[in-house]
Design a protein around this ligand. Sequence first.
Ligand code: NAD
Length: 505
Amino acid sequence: MSELENNIAKAEGYIARFRKDGVLNHINGQAVPADDGTTFETISPVDLKPLAKVAHGKASDIDKAARAAQEAFKTWSKTDPTERKRILHAIADGIEARAEEIAFTECLDTGQALRFMSKAAIRSAANFRFFADKAVEARDGKSLYAPNQLNVTNRKPIGPVGIITPWNTPFMLSTWKIAPAIACGCTVVHKPAEFSPMTARLLIEIAEEAGLPAGVWNLVNGMGEDAGKALTEHPAIKAIGFVGEGRTGTHIMQQASTTLKRFHFELGGKNPVIVFPDANLERAADAAVFMIYSLNGERCTSSSRLLVHESIYDEFTAKVAQKAKRIKVGHPLDPDTTVGPLIHPVHEEKVKSYIALATEEGATIAAGGVKPDGLGDGCYVSPTLFTNANNQMRIAREEIFGPVLTAIPFKDDAEALAIANDSEYGLTGYIWTADVTRALQFSDALDAGMIWVNSENTRHLPAPFGGNKASGIGRDGGDWSFDFYMETKNIAFAMSEHRIPKLGG
Ligand code: NAD
């Protein structure tokens, strides 16, 4: 048996339970079907065949989950933080123990390559450990001195929160959102993406096996327009942590307006990587290739616009094209695969429409742009590079969310900055230069929430994560996550018998 066949057999073993019993919701500690008994089907992006039936939750399921979270909040918000810390570490242990099952299931459900998904499972455990350790300091505040007055601030968990996640790396993204919420004492209703529901089910099982009390974390599968909408409208839910498309974000804002919820939005990106001639070009090319072709390009922080100084444009784009052509596209469970199938035929069509558009707009397809042969019906698109592009083209302005890179030349720093900032998005930017002054000036002027200089995206968990403009609202990561999930209170103590204005005698 080849390693791929062996992995497929193992993955089938892991998902056999879902094929048999479906993917259930989880409310107040119980695995449950949807209230009305309906299901929807999740398909494999590898061959478009059905994987499992999924509970199709709607408003009544959300209502039950929100009420369970509201009830559990009474106790969980007051649970000793050292106990919360212990449980979060136990969840991390559980994730590590089932890392292979998580990775293999995620590969089949999303099409993401095993080489990245095995790391994503481990990284998810790290998210829990990081917030486990921070749980004990979540309520801490400041003391702010004024003449005759001492102000003391502290924080309290805001209440039950709704977490709505997308289909790209769903397991890792869910841990990133849910770990800080439960660490600081909030309770959660999670609505995963309908295209990739399986690993959310594994995660909640792991959490409860680790000792998380019933109702602290609830899971309702369903569509955005029913379960997702009901979650954003529910009066018991105090905040919505949402990761997804900007258009969905605007719907959520409207839906949640009558219940005055707090939002954290992580939305799309069209992130520039800017390469100056003084950079280490080999490292810059490796980083650019990694940031667009890893995770199938289905990554909000992907460097989807490659801005290269005109003096090195031809040489650099030729290097990137050569690397792109050498990337192995294949079955996500093949250990040699770098690019697997895109999540769903609907998304494949979207990505392919931009490949057709590139030629119409006058760009050149310097690599890829085709469905590789011999991989069957799956949603495969080869790593693609567009050259001879400019920033006015739609291929340079719209988020494609696939393994597709648009390369644009610039003549000087001012033009590079103007092109980089000429985007509705502002999530990340990547700057490649050996000149410290240029790096300082450029990073200061670049309109993006996160910038890496001479690096691909390497995440430091205490650092803030989030985007500017249409890329999001708010930040999470580190203490920023607690700020989102908690209310800050100020208490002012008079330090002397100061004069109080006397009104009415
Ligand atoms: P999407 O917005 O279509 O869906 C995301 C989630 O929102 C799903 O669970 C969906 O069911 C739900 N939803 C849809 N309509 C809703 C509604 N009216 N009310 C409530 N919930 C609703 O996004 P997607 O296609 O699943 O994910 C891809 C997008 O996510 C890309 O734009 C990508 O850039 C973005 N993303 C951003 C980040 C980031 O950190 N900035 C990270 C990952 C993905």
